[in-house]
Each structure stands twice: as structure tokens, then as C-alpha cells.
Design a protein around this ligand. Structure first.
Ligand code: 5GP
Length: 175
């Protein structure tokens, strides 16, 4: 692994405060409904748990795992489903919970695939968004923080599988 350090970008306190706000907003928007939260593994897992704890409506949870195909298809955003959802989402109010939206390719593909399964509603909540990097248009319904173009870790996000457990968001800086 290249020599690097992690420079703090968003403190644990600020992340927690923002997740609290998102939880309150989502609770209002979905009042009286049951929300099916869909976590995109592995990065979305820390954020989903923290968010779910702060939502006052009933929630059910499901998980999926995707990986990009290599080569040419990567740029088209076609992803392979490594682990599909356990339950049908037909007629459910679905909220996809992601760690970060970058080019938008993965989510654009994922959302259109989920939409084909006829949920009652389908929205997207992301902890982080890098709007400068967007290549494919994706409608983000709830955003934690917009950040500049940097490679970040923590709160579920990894660098070579480490740092997911950092309780804050940090930027990887190569020395
Ligand atoms: P997209 O399809 O939007 O380009 O890619 C989104 C995925 O790329 C995220 O789910 C995440 O796995 C990865 N990714 C994008 N930016 C970062 C980053 O700054 N840090 C980390 N750890 N992963 C990132």
C-alpha cells in the first residue's frame, strides 16, 4: 500500500448531527408509512444503521451487494449483482442508502433495475456526494454532505478494505 495518511474532513460530531437531521426529515416525509431501507454493501452499512436509528417511522431492512464489471462495460455502469435482495420490493416504499455518489454510474444502473421491480416509491439517500465528478445524471433525494473531488474514507468507506470503521470522514493524502 502506498505511503499515505488520513486527513480529517468531517468530524464525528458533524456527521452525527447531519444524520440526525436527515432522520428527522425522512421521518416527516414518510409519516405513517413503512420504509424499506436498502443498504448497498459494504460501504452503506455504517450509514444505514445510524440513519435507521434516527427514523421514527417503521422500517424494514434489506441488503444488496454489487460489483462493477471490468473492461469496457465499466464505463457503462453495468454492475453485477453479487448479492440480491432477500425480499420483493413490489409495492414498497423503498429508500436506497448509499455511502457516496461519485460518477453516478453505479446508482443510475441500480435505481433503474430496482424501478423495474415496481416499488410504490423509490428514493435515494447518500451520506456523501461529489457533484463535480458526475458523469451520469442521478436524482439524489437526501444528501448528507457535498464534498470536493477527493478520495475519502471512514463511516463505511474503505481504502483497500481498511478504514471503514473510522467514526469520521477523512481524506486519503499520499505522502
Ligand atoms: P459511482 O458509480 O458513483 O462512480 O461510484 C460509486 C462507488 O465508488 C461508491 O459506492 C464507492 O464504492 C466508490 N467511491 C467513489 N468515491 C469514493 C471515495 O472517495 N472513497 C471511497 N472509499 N470509495 C469511493
Amino acid at each position: 500500500m502506498e505511503k499515505h495518511h488520513v486527513k480529517p474532513m468531517i468530524s464525528e460530531k458533524d456527521v452525527n448531527r447531519r444524520i440526525q437531521e436527515l432522520g428527522e426529515q425522512i421521518s416527516k416525509d414518510y409519516a405513517g408509512k413503512t420504509i424499506r431501507l436498502i443498504c448497498v454493501l459494504k460501504g452503506g452499512s455504517f450509514f444505514m444503521c445510524e440513519l435507521a436509528k434516527r427514523i421514527s417511522c417503521d422500517v424494514t431492512l434489506d441488503f444488496m451487494s454489487v460489483s462493477s464489471y471490468g473492461g469496457d462495460t465499466k464505463s457503462s455502469g453495468v454492475v453485477k449483482i453479487v448479492k440480491d435482495l432477500d425480499e420483493s420490493i413490489k409495492g414498497k416504499d423503498v429508500l436506497v442508502v448509499e455511502d457516496i455518489v461519485d460518477s453516478g454510474r453505479t446508482l443510475s444502473y441500480l435505481l433503474s433495475m430496482l424501478n423495474d421491480r415496481q416499488p410504490a416509491s423509490l428514493k435515494l439517500c447518500t451520506l456523501l456526494d461529489k457533484p463535480e465528478r458526475r458523469v451520469v445524471d442521478v436524482k439524489v433525494d437526501y444528501t448528507g454532505f457535498e464534498i470536493p473531488d477527493a478520495f475519502v474514507v471512514g463511516y463505511g468507506l474503505d481504502y483497500d478494505q481498511i478504514y471503514r470503521n473510522l467514526p469520521f470522514i477523512g481524506e486519503v493524502v499520499f505522502d
